[in-house]
Design a protein around this ligand. Sequence first.
Ligand SMILES: Cc1cc2nc3c(=O)[nH]c(=O)nc-3n(C[C@H](O)[C@H](O)[C@H](O)COP(=O)(O)OP(=O)(O)OC[C@H]3O[C@@H](n4cnc5c(N)ncnc54)[C@H](O)[C@@H]3O)c2cc1C
Length: 363
Amino acid sequence: MNLSADIVVVGAGPAGAMAALEAARRGFSVVVFEKSAWPRHKTCGAGISPTSRRVLREVGLWDRVRAVAYPIYGLRLVAPSGREALLAGAESAHVLDRSRFDALLVEAAVAAGARFLPQTPVTALSTKDGVVTGVVTAGGTIGARAVIVAGGANCTLLPKRKRTVLQTAMVWYENVPFTPSIMEMIYDPAIYPHYLWLFPESDRRVNIGLCLSAERRERPISVLFEDMVARHFGKRLTAGGRVKGILGHPIVVSERVSLSTNPGLLPAGEAAGLVNPATGEGISFAMESGRIAAALFAEAWEEGKDHDWIAATYRKRLARLFDRRLGMASFFCRHARWFIEGAVWLGSSRIMRVITARAMARL
Ligand SMILES: Cc1cc2nc3c(=O)[nH]c(=O)nc-3n(C[C@H](O)[C@H](O)[C@H](O)COP(=O)(O)OP(=O)(O)OC[C@H]3O[C@@H](n4cnc5c(N)ncnc54)[C@H](O)[C@@H]3O)c2cc1C
C-alpha cells in the first residue's frame, strides 16, 4: 500500500471518527483504518448522554444526530429493594443504533477530508528507535507522523495491562410493550451495583441488556441474562420477538485516567479504558479523547514540542476532563444502594422528579 499520512487512526468508532474529524478540519492528512465491513454492528445500548450531546454540538453534528435519534424524556428506575419511580422531566438523552451513529460520524470525517479504509485491519505498529512511525496492514506499511489507536475494548495493538472489565449481554426486541421515550434501569441485587436496562430505539424496537462486574459473575452471562429478563420483563416480552440472539461484549472501565502511551502514539476511547465504571457510558469519553488526541498532535507540531510533552499533556488534559467524572462514578458504585434508593424516594416528589432525572442522566 503506497500511502502515508500526518495522522493514522486505528478504528472508526466514536473515538477514531472524532480524532479523524478534528485532524482533517485542522488541515492534516488523515487515514482511518477499520477492520470491519462498514457500516458495522456494535453491541451497545446506544444511549447518547447529555455529555455526548454537548460534544456533538461543539463539532456541529448534533442536529444531524438529533434528526434520526430516538428521544428519551424519562427514566423508570427500580431500586434493589424493588421500589421504583418514574423520573420524567425535560428531554434527557437519545438512542441511536450504533451502526447509524458511527456511520454518521465517519461520514463527517470523510467530508472534512479524512480517507477511510474499511475492512482493513491494522496488524501491528511500525516503529523506529522506539518511536511509532506508522502501522502495518496486509497491504503493507503506512508511514505516519502520529498514530491514534482507537480500537475499542478488544484492541490488541497496545501493551497488555491490568483492566477492569464489565461483562454484558444484550438482545433487541420488536413489538413488545414499552412506554414511549422512557428508559428503564433496574438495579437487581444479583447484578448490583450494575443494572439491567431497557432502551427504546424506535416506536417498534427496544434493546434490553445487562452489565455487571466481571469479578462478580458466578453463572454464565447468558443464563443470568435469561433469568433477569424473565424476572423483570417476562410477561411483557411474550408479545414480541427477539431480533437476534444474545450478544455480548466486554466494557473496559476506569476509576481514573491511566494511560500507556508511546512516542508517536496516543490511545483514545475504550482502548484507553475511558468508560464510566458505574453506567458503562463510553461514547462521550471516546469522542472527547479522540478530539483531544488529534488536537494535541497538531498543537505539538505547531509549537515544536517533543514526545514527552505530548504524553504528559495528554494525560493532564484527560485527567482534568475525566477524573472527577470517573471518580464520582466509582463512588456511586461503592454507595449505589444509598443513591438509588434515595433517587427513588426523591422521585416520589413532583418537584424533585425533574432534578433527580437530570442528575441520573448526567451520572
Ligand atoms: C452492551 C454494551 C452497551 C453499551 N451501552 C452504551 C450506551 O448506552 N452509551 C454509551 O455511551 N456507551 C455504551 N457502551 C460503551 C460504548 O459502546 C463504548 O465505550 C464505545 O463504543 C467506545 O468507543 P471507541 O471508539 O473507543 O471504540 P469502539 O466503538 O469499540 O470502536 C473501535 C473500532 O476499532 C475497530 N478496530 C479494532 N481493532 C482494529 C484494528 N486492529 N484495525 C482496524 N480497526 C480496528 C473495531 O472494529 C471498531 O469498529 C456500551 C458497551 C456495551 C458493550
